[in-house]
Write a protein that binds this ligand. Structure first.
Ligand SMILES: [Zn+2]
Length: 331
């Protein structure tokens, strides 16, 4: 039976073109079948340049600005902070401005993108949202209208991306990297008024640009002190990204990525998936018991941890370095 499984995996790998990612997939499948196969030894040779203290400082700084609700002074200050962090690190930094009627006000909004290796023909997008939700609609009745701090839902993804921007600025890598910070992900209250920045950004991309991406990764709610990331169903066409992250998680001694309990999440990745991009949403949607800190005034710095930023930061660092060619076109 085991031999038969191994043979099947071998055939499967060959069909896929047998690149590094396939070994990650094969190992995971082997484990599912109860065998004792080893993790690809090269995955143990991870780099660990991600500094969680620097990422943590970015998280705290964003929360210190106040509620990063579109149209607020905290929102503008946070936009300026992200741009100022990227400018010395990236080959280019662009701010894409757009305006929308929010709460009866014509509101300026900003997507921010920092790019590396402008001429690289193949690219990876690393993305997060930087705005925070104007209302704590999962609070109990009396306090539903309060804004949320968004230490996890907003600041954590940005914190990890900003530190990864530093890490990759000191590496010699061939693939092009685009760090994209979306505005208006969490405006709400309904889905029709969410993902505003990512929809605008995606709509403004010509097909030729979409086609340069091997894949995209979205980081959302990755600061939870009990970080758990499960498969995400809308991202399932890009399952090799999750498999590779899980293999790195295992090899590097983390316990963040779990194969059980897949979730279906509506998030900034959907517009890009609709246009044919490979995109995976790394999100922890178990924020506190029964997800009770999500979209509440409990989404505060004390619910997050440096260790969680370290785990997701180091795994994504190595995912990009070891698996840059996932979903690259043949040849
Ligand atoms: Zn949210």
């Amino acid at each position: 039976m085991q031999k038969f499984t191994a043979a099947l995996i071998f055939v499967f790998c060959c069909l896929l073109g047998c690149n590094a990612s396939d070994s990650a997939r094969a190992q995971t499948q082997d484990r599912d079948n109860g065998s004792q196969s080893e993790i690809d030894p090269s995955l143990y040779l991870a780099t660990r340049n991600f500094d969680e203290r620097k990422a943590w400082a970015h998280l705290e700084k964003q929360v210190d600005f106040g509620f990063r609700v579109p149209g607020s002074s905290a929102h503008r200050a946070c936009k300026d902070y992200i741009v100022a962090q990227l400018e010395p690190l990236c080959d280019s930094v662009e701010v894409q401005e757009f305006s929308m009627m929010l709460g009866g006000e014509d509101t300026r909004m900003f997507n921010i993108v920092g790019r590396y290796n402008l001429d690289a023909p193949r690219r990876i997008m690393l993305a997060a949202h930087w705005d925070t939700r104007p209302t704590a609609d999962m609070n109990t009745k009396a306090s539903k209208k309060l804004p949320i701090q968004g230490a996890n839902d907003g600041a954590s993804g940005v914190a990890v991306l900003l530190e990864l921007a530093r890490v990759f600025s000191e590496q010699d890598i061939e693939v092009g990297l685009d760090f994209v910070f979306f505005d208006g992900e969490d405006y709400g209250p309904g889905l029709d008024m969410m993902f505003l920045g990512s929809k605008y950004y995606c709509n403004s991309m010509p097909n030729a640009e979409i086609e340069t991406y091997n894949y995209g990764l979205l980081l959302d709610m990755v600061g939870d002190s009990e970080l758990v990331i499960r498969p995400e169903n809308h991202s399932s066409r890009s399952a090799e990204i999750f498999m590779a992250a899980k293999a790195l998680n295992d090899a590097m001694g983390f316990k963040v990525f779990r194969e059980s309990g897949a979730l279906t999440i509506y998030d900034d990745h959907l517009s890009f998936i609709d246009r044919g991009m490979h995109f995976y949403d790394f999100i922890d949607f178990e924020y506190g018991p029964d997800n009770r800190y999500w979209h509440t005034t409990e989404d505060t710095v004390d619910k997050c941890s440096k260790d969680s930023l370290k785990a997701i930061g180091e795994i994504v660092e190595n995912l990009v370095l070891k698996f840059p060619d996932l979903y690259a076109p043949e040849g």
